[in-house]
Structure formats: C-alpha cells, structure tokens
Design a protein. Sequence first.
Length: 157
Amino acid sequence: MDKIKIVSTVGNRVIVEVPELRFSRTWPMAGSSVSVDKEVLEDLMYDIGFRNMIESGMLYIQDMETKKELGLEPEDAVEPVNIIVLSDKDKKYYLTELSLVGFKDKIKKLSRPQLENLCDYAIKNRIMDVDKCKVLKEACGRDIINAVRLSEQNTEE
C-alpha cells in the first residue's frame, strides 16, 4: 500500500478525526508530517472538514501525482498551482525584499490560513513594513503593526 505524506503548513496544532474511517492523526506544528495510506486518503477526501483543510492549504499533500488523481491540481501541472507552501525563508523574502507590487501579486494566490501564517511570522519577527502591513490588514483583517506594539508593551511590563 502506498503511503502519502501530508504536511501541516500552519503554526498551530491540527487534529483530524474521522471515526467512520477509524482515522485520528495530529500534526503538532508547521512542517510536521504524517504518512497516510493512499486508499485512506482517497476516502478522507469525502470528509468536508478534511477536504477544506487540504484545499485551504492548512494541510499539504506533497505528492503531485496523488494531488492530480484527487483533482486538487490540473492534470498538466508541473508545479503546484492551487496551494503554495511558504517556508520561513519565503516569508522573510515576501515581507522584506519583495517589491510592494510583487508582494500584492504573490499574496493574491495565498489562502486565508496561509495569510494568517504570514501575519504570525511578521509579528513574531517584528517585521513592520508599513505598506505591506496595510496590504495584509486589507487581505485578512490583522493589524501587524499594532500587534507588534502590544507585544513590545507586554514585554516591557
């Protein structure tokens, strides 16, 4: 039986429980992976919650052929089209080096959980490019500059 690796892309713990399939797995943090039998994964795709986690990018299937078989990527795709997984290096590049026009273009392709994850990275690393923070605030409603200021005030006390 083929094993398919599924990776968490979000900073929080992700738990998937589907009692009908006797399936229960936990991803403790971003980057953690769980191997799942291909047949079980095919059945899991019928669970709306699990499918939403895959389609939104919270969980990421690494095998491109499997994604094509499940209808998550176009048949002619060579690189991922629907879900873009950002490493910490990518996030830093987006927030510090990428032009504002390029940044706006790139984040249009990100899902809501991926935008939240980018905001968390900016807050954690105190990256406060005013223009990019405004764009992120418009995209997902989080005020990075204010969050960093509040964090700094909490550490001072």
